[in-house]
Design a protein. Structure first.
Length: 216
């Protein structure tokens, strides 16, 4: 019995030695899993401690089909900004999106000037998004749902001096949900897809303004 055990132990030791010599490591998968993250710095890091306004421009046809899209997106983005930027030492003073929406509703112009809106609410910065695409249904198959939002993102410095930069252009954002493909249209699915798309879009936008980690 002792001889068999000795032979078995020797075999295991030889196998471990062979794996070590050939570069194999049983611990590599676990180590790789724990290191599959990357630190990403904020594209624009000046919002903490400021009064900030989130402003969204949408084409008229989008508001015709989704009259609350502008307010809903601004609310989701604002909430995520407050979560990501509020700490014990500093926080962001966010203009209430409902007040902004009420103001925009009184404007007759098709285009809006971010700096003008910012001054109206005594803001330091305006996070301005232009929606280039907004859909809930799959355009090729309307009986299916697949949300998509494309938007440009800029930051306007409301109180900028004449010799200072007044506008920072950030990388555009595109959100698609569900990523794996469309789902059948239903009342339940419509609400679920729309909410999930809003949350993911807000996350992508908000992360531009604070350091964070991403999965590789």
């Amino acid at each position: 019995m002792r001889t068999r055990f000795s032979h078995w132990s020797a075999g295991i030791a030889a196998a471990v030695l062979l794996m070590a010599l050939t570069g194999c490591n049983w611990l590599t998968p676990l180590a790789a899993i724990s290191e599959q993250k990357q630190e990403v710095l904020a594209e624009f890091d000046k919002l903490p401690g400021s009064r900030t306004l989130v402003l969204i421009w949408t084409p008229p046809e989008t508001l015709f089909d989704y009259p609350y899209a502008r307010l809903e997106l601004a609310t989701y983005i604002g909430d995520r900004l407050q979560e990501g930027l509020t700490t014990k030492k500093s926080k962001i003073d966010l203009v209430d999106p409902r007040d902004v929406e009420e103001y925009l509703g009184r404007q007759l112009a098709r285009r809006i000037d971010p700096a003008t809106v910012g001054r109206q609410f005594d803001a330091d910065y305006v996070v301005y998004l232009e929606l280039l695409q907004f859909q809930i249904r799959d355009p090729e198959e309307p009986q299916f749902l697949r949300g998509r939002i494309q938007a440009s993102v800029t930051v306007h410095v409301v109180r900028a001096e004449p010799d200072q930069v007044k506008r920072y252009e950030l990388a555009p954002v595109e959100t698609v949900y569900p990523k794996k493909g469309p789902v059948v249209l239903s009342a339940t699915n419509s609400l679920r897809v729309r909410e999930a798309m809003y949350r993911e879009f807000a996350e992508q936008v908000a992360r531009k303004f604070f350091d964070h980690t991403v999965d590789l």
